[in-house]
Design a protein around this ligand. Structure first.
Ligand code: NAP
Length: 329
């Protein structure tokens, strides 16, 4: 490999799934104003990566082809662009790349300083790379949308977390238990022990009748639902909510958006809240610190070498990951 080329995995059109990914050699990117060049050590996948390839965010993303997917990375700074103040070559970091540029399935990537945080030695590259989208989404849903204070102040909140074994759900359970919460969680039978070990107070197998009905085994009504699964209708949530209960839906489809509008228009006390994560550097920094302190962990589903990125891609599309899928250059 010439010195200025790197191995990367990209796709050049919508569709194609794992078979649509191509291994290529492309120039190592150059950091521009306020950017750092990273030698990547780990990248985690998120469902949005393959949803973009599928064309679900068309015409906004990807902005152009070919596109190197992957936004959640950990690595080492090897060069800084003009204007970078807080990083030097040799620093270990976690970063979230922009969806517009992508770049995570590669040996090197450029990240904005504004979404790059320091990674202490206690936090492995894989643990760090798991955090950006999944961790920030869990954090925002709990603190901003559900109003939970992670310092245990405030009254106890009864929470339901659906798909607690997934990338977002596993962080949501752990973060929720930093606050004053009672957590009911749903997952498949094979992950019930894991989800309990993350701190859930009670766990439901979503394939049983009570699990499908989201019924709390202790009879609680939920003040908030962090809804990380898909395909559950309002009519299933509604009887399980407390008087002012909210469903925070992180994958709102047409039916959820209709419910959102209807509940607003009718001044319903029970609400559906669609949520899109807005990345914030200070929150990513907070999550990395929690991992360092042993208060949060990244459950790792599997690790795949970059040379087999299509296996990781297929695993994410299948929708049965337990925690985060990691690709390592
Ligand atoms: N709004 C935002 O900004 C935002 C940000 C991040 C993610 N998201 C979206 O949030 C969703 C979850 O993301 P993720 O990264 O957590 O996905 P993920 O890691 O792919 O989730 C997979 C997990 O979900 C479990 N699961 C699937 N259906 C379930 C159900 N009905 N009940 C209980 N568990 C179920 C699976 O368990 P089994 O294997 O046992 O089936 C598996 O462990 C995706 O749609 C993603 O696009 C949105």
């Amino acid at each position: 490999m010439a010195e200025t080329l790197m191995h990367a995995v990209q796709y050049s059109r919508y569709g194609g799934g794992a078979a649509g990914l191509k291994h290529v050699e492309v120039p190592i990117p150059t950091p521009k104003q306020d950017e750092v060049l990273l030698k990547l050590e780990a990248t985690s996948l998120n469902p949005v990566d393959w949803k973009m390839q599928k064309g679900l965010l068309r015409p906004f993303l990807p902005r152009k082809f070919p596109y190197i997917p992957g936004t959640d990375v950990a690595g080492e700074v090897i060069k800084v662009g003009p204007g970078v103040k807080n990083y030097n070559a040799g620093d270990k970091v976690v970063a979230m790349l922009s969806h517009a540029t992508g770049g995570g399935l590669a040996e090197f990537a450029v990240a904005k300083e504004s979404l790059t945080v320091a990674r202490p030695p206690e936090v492995s590259a894989a643990e760090g790379a798991g955090l950006p989208i999944a961790g920030l989404t869990a954090h925002q849903a709990l603190t901003q949308s559900a109003g939970i204070k992670l310092d245990r102040s405030g009254q106890q909140v009864n929470l339901l977390i659906t798909a607690a074994s997934g990338g977002v759900g596993q962080y949501a359970v752990q973060l929720a238990k930093l606050g004053n919460t009672h957590v009911t969680a749903t997952c498949g039978a094979r992950n019930m022990d894991l989800v309990k070990s993350l701190g859930a107070d009670e766990v439901l197998d979503y394939k049983t009748p009570d699990g499908a009905a989201l019924k709390s085994p202790s009879g609680r009504k939920y003040d908030a639902v962090i809804h990380c699964a898909m395909g559950i209708f309002w009519s299933t949530f509604e009887p399980n909510l407390s008087a002012n209960g909210k469903v925070i839906d992180i994958t709102p489809g047409p039916s959820a958006l209709m419910t959102f509008a209807l509940k607003k228009l009718t001044f319903s006390k029970k609400q559906l809240v669609p949520m899109i994560m807005t990345p914030k550097k200070e929150n990513l920094d907070y999550l990395v610190k929690l991992v360092k302190e042993g208060k949060l962990k990244t459950v790792i589903d599997s690790k795949h070498p970059l040379s087999k990125a299509e296996d990781a891609w297929a695993k994410s599309i299948a929708g049965h990951a337990t925690g985060k899928i990691i690709v390592e250059p």
